[in-house]
Design a protein around this ligand. Structure first.
Ligand SMILES: CC(C)(COP(=O)(O)OP(=O)(O)OC[C@H]1O[C@@H](n2cnc3c(N)ncnc32)[C@H](O)[C@@H]1OP(=O)(O)O)[C@@H](O)C(=O)NCCC(=O)NCCS
Length: 185
């Protein structure tokens, strides 16, 4: 599929050869941050398993790089918010930017493309679950896309020796709840 580019950042679907770099980026955030509630960075086999599961569901899994270079600087994907059938029009997003590459518009281009693709698939709601209510960059990032803060689940995790909240934000996709879903079910 075509690559899209905006302000020097290009986005395209992830490929298997991107997975070692994706693993590296995610490992940084697992080990140093609270965005993920994982505590041990998954190995390449597990990252590959997750990538293949996303592809099998027909959900987008994207990478971003500077237009002039091929080094992957961030990635994003959509997955089921919850697996029971009635949730099937709702996805949860994940966006991770490489350390040292933040605030250069990489996350913005990734999430814009993710929203566009999920909307085109007929999905109706996107949910972002942010680890740590103090994680203002991620909350501001999602609010800049029209996500609304729905609530906070307090002290739901324990990482780095302290209790961690989850902040839930939500954004309608396409017609959201204004019309029935495409499959009329
Ligand atoms: C959150 C994250 C994806 C943002 O990506 P990014 O490439 O740094 O963000 P961008 O440069 O595209 O910023 C887009 C907008 O988000 C907001 N934003 C991003 N970082 C911000 C910060 N540190 N403080 C305030 N607002 C911020 C701003 O509105 C910004 O627009 P502006 O630069 O024109 O003001 C990135 O910081 C990251 O990977 N964080 C760790 C993982 C994570 O928390 N992921 C989200 C949950 S899955």
């Amino acid at each position: 599929m075509a690559e899209t580019a905006q302000n020097g950042v290009a986005v395209r679907p992830a490929r298997p050869e991107d997975l070692p770099r994706i693993r590296e980026i995610y490992a940084h955030h697992v080990v140093h941050g609270l965005a993920s509630f994982e505590e041990t960075a998954p190995d390449l086999a597990e990252i590959t398993r997750r990538f293949e599961a996303t592809q099998a569901r027909g959900m987008p899994y994207l990478v971003a790089h500077a237009t002039a270079k091929q080094d992957v600087l961030g990635y994003a994907y959509a997955g089921p918010y919850r697996t029971r059938p009635a949730y099937r029009f709702t996805v949860e997003n994940s966006v991770y930017v490489a350390p040292g590459s933040e605030r250069r518009g990489i996350g913005r281009v990734l999430l814009a493309e993710l929203i566009e693709r999920c909307t085109a698939l007929g999905l109706r709601q996107m949910v972002a679950i942010i680890g740590d209510s103090g994680h203002l960059p991620s909350i501001a990032f999602h609010e800049s896309f029209g996500f609304t803060r729905i609530g906070t689940i307090q002290a739901v995790g324990f990482k780095f020796g302290r209790w961690i909240d989850s902040v839930i934000l939500q954004r309608p996709l396409g017609e959201g709840a204004e019309t029935p879903p495409g499959d009329k079910s």
